[in-house]
Ligand binder design. Structure first.
Ligand code: ADP
Ligand code: TRP
Length: 320
């Protein structure tokens, strides 16, 4: 099955991103033909300056490679290194009714929040459709907010296929229902925009400080602690087997340990889980050329497929 995912590079990644997006993606590469790219043309819609966009793009590549994205198994590239996607984007625009774009939730939400609209923001779903259709994608794993964009992609593809023949594969979205919302240090959904995140790659001391800030109840030392509804527990279980979960519950109930103990324990769990990733990250940050080579190889492979598809599209519509 050909599965395609697009990563928006928007800064430091956190534990919520890791369990909600990165780990599930890495698992997909074992059984599927995974295509993954860093959506830097899309990020341009919110980018503030050139250096930041460059830095975020590179950092996202390093972070994903570090947590286990395997370039031997997955085709991994930077969106703008295959510029054919913009050619398809223009062609698809002709098959995109204005009403379809006007109904897009993410666009309407952004405008409602006061972000001043420009054409790139408005036509964002058409570029996403081009990303998906260019590579004959069958499945697109997305968060709930992106389902509508995959549905729009299907609408655009159907319109094209009806007029010019069966050129595009109709993609389906796949939503990972079982990934719970991971809480931040204040118990709200962890998000970089809420200032409650625990970043993936913090130095050990800062990580402990961050864990110490997790909001917990004020049960006095020596009394049993409630694990249900405890933010520390909710984060710790992400790392544990069911046996280990039971063991942790017993420790909560024993009344022998205070929250400080569990905060230290959580820090150890995070630190250990990411040990190998940290080493790989250190390596890639010191071997930037290797990262660029991996992305160049990925772009080369993606581009061969893209060129092939564009030939078919252009012939079908009369550009060739
Ligand atoms: P943020 O809210 O920090 O800006 P993004 O919206 O960039 O995060 O999310 C990127 C990916 O990480 C998405 O697939 C999203 O579902 C996942 N994700 C982000 N925060 C969480 C969380 N707290 N719990 C589970 N998944 C999350
Ligand atoms: N819009 C997606 C997001 O914000 C990123 C993205 C761009 C994407 N192109 C895509 C995701 C194609 C899946 C397929 O997360």
């Amino acid at each position: 099955m050909r599965v395609l995912t697009g990563i928006q590079a928007s800064g430091k990644l956190h534990i919520g991103n890791y369990f909600g997006a990165m780990k599930p993606m890495i698992e997909l590469q074992e059984e599927n033909e995974l295509f993954t790219f860093i959506a830097n043309y899309h990020s341009l819609t919110t980018s503030k300056d050139a250096d930041t966009l460059r830095e975020y793009t590179f950092d996202a590549a390093v972070d994903y490679l570090s947590v286990g994205l395997d370039p031997e198994k997955t085709t991994f590239w930077v969106q703008s290194h295959v510029p054919e996607v913009l050619e398809l984007y223009w062609i698809l625009s002709k098959f995109t009714p204005m009403g379809l774009l006007e109904r897009a939730h993410s666009y309407k939400d952004k405008v409602a929040k006061g972000i001043s609209a420009n054409h790139a923001l408005f036509s964002y779903p058409v570029l996403m459709a081009a990303d998906i259709l260019l590579y004959d994608t069958q499945k697109v794993p997305v968060g709930k907010d992106q389902i509508q964009h995959v549905e729009m992609t299907r609408d655009i593809a159907i319109k094209f296929n009806n007029e010019y023949g069966e050129i595009f594969v109709l993609p389906e979205h796949a939503v990972q229902e079982e990934v719970a919302t991971i809480p931040g240090i204040d118990g709200q959904k962890m998000s970089k925009s809420y200032g409650n995140a625990i970043d993936l790659f913090m130095p050990e001391k800062s990580l402990q400080k961050r864990c110490n800030k997790i909001l917990s109840s004020s049960t006095p030392l020596g009394e049993p602690l409630e694990w249900e509804g405890c933010n520390i527990y909710d984060m710790a279980v992400l790392f544990l087997s069911s046996d280990q979960k039971c063991e942790l519950q017993t420790r909560y109930k024993s009344g022998k340990k205070g929250y400080g103990h569990f905060k230290k324990y959580l820090k150890e769990l995070i630190w250990e889980e990411l040990g190998e990733a940290r080493e790989k990250r250190e390596y890639y940050l010191n071997h930037r050329d290797e990262v660029n080579d991996i992305l160049a190889q990925g772009a080369k492979k993606a581009r061969t497929i893209a060129n092939d598809k564009m030939l078919k599209v252009k012939e079908a519509i009369g550009l060739l």
